[in-house]
Design a protein around this ligand. Structure first.
Ligand code: 21W
Length: 261
């Protein structure tokens, strides 16, 4: 995969693109990552890339010309059917999910556009971007950190990046449930003990305990995820029982259910 990032702050990407899994994926040639400072495409000697909004009001708006020129330079000579996705990082975009990460991981070439502090001319949205992505409902200073988040989530899905190919499938959100609790040595840390079942060596019992812990934790923390999760009828019945016990527990203040958290 090839990823180009259009940004006024290319330095922000240096550490992230060089370290950890992304750095390794790059070294192995699985992904080619490249930043482009679109100030170089301003077309004027001052390097101006923004201007006041038509209609007045505060703030500045990123001009369309530098962004169009940078994307056109990156895609020059490419056949129409090989055109990359052009992803505008913006607060009004669709909220990023694991599903979107899987969708983007299937592409050969991605171009990210990051604004900073300010808005972007609407024609960039309408005629240049193929996708608009937000990473959640909070206000940041620019699209750079969000682009890094999306790139991290996409690159780790590329074949050969994770040492263990299973681990992507096992992740939270991939099966629609939160992960079960994990423990390592020592079995007793300051009197806080690892659950007996994990030390028992009974693999079927361990698998059952983990699945129930995942269900319980998801019910308590992210009940919204259960609607879409792939569950057996027996698991749905178990959860329905738990749900009523949980509301009883909450109204009475008594703890009847093992803490799944
Ligand atoms: C913050 C840009 C606020 C623009 C009228 C119309 C990219 C982001 C960003 C930023 C504004 C993402 C205005 C989650 C984020 C991002 C910087 C508002 C002023 N007035 N995901 N527009 N949160 N943020 N513009 O902040 O660029 S993805």
């Amino acid at each position: 995969m090839r990823i180009d990032v259009l940004t006024l702050f290319p330095g922000m990407f240096e550490g992230v693109f060089g370290a950890s899994l992304i750095g390794k994926a790059r070294e192995r040639g699985i992904v080619e990552l490249n930043t482009v400072n679109f100030r170089e495409f301003s077309g004027n000697k001052h390097g101006t890339v923004d201007d006041a909004p038509y209609g007045g009001g505060g703030g500045m708006v990123l001009k369309p010309e530098p962004l169009f020129a940078a994307v056109e330079w990156l895609t020059a000579g490419m056949p129409e059917d090989a055109r990359p996705r052009v992803i505008l990082m913006c607060p009004q975009g669709e909220t990023f999910t694991q599903r979107k990460a899987r969708e983007l991981a299937a592409e050969k070439h991605l171009i990210f556009i990051c604004g900073h502090y300010e808005g972007v001319d609407e024609r960039v949205r309408e005629y240049l971007a193929t996708d608009e992505i937000s990473i959640g409902d909070y206000v940041l200073t620019g699209g750079e950190l969000p682009a890094m988040v999306v790139i991290d989530a996409v690159v780790r899905l590329l074949p050969g990046v994770l040492g263990n190919e299973e681990s992507a499938a096992r992740d939270s959100f991939s099966d629609g449930l939160l992960e079960y609790p994990q423990y390592t040595r020592p079995a007793d840390f300051r009197g806080w003990k690892v659950p007996d079942v994990l030390l028992s060596g009974h693999h079927a019992e361990i698998a059952k305990w983990r699945r129930r812990q995942s269900l319980l934790r998801t019910l308590k923390r992210r009940p919204d995820l259960l609607e879409k999760a792939d569950l057996a009828p027996e698991e749905r019945r178990w959860l329905a029982g738990l749900r009523s016990a949980l509301s009883e527990e909450r109204s009475s203040g008594r703890r009847e259910i093992p803490p799944g958290d």
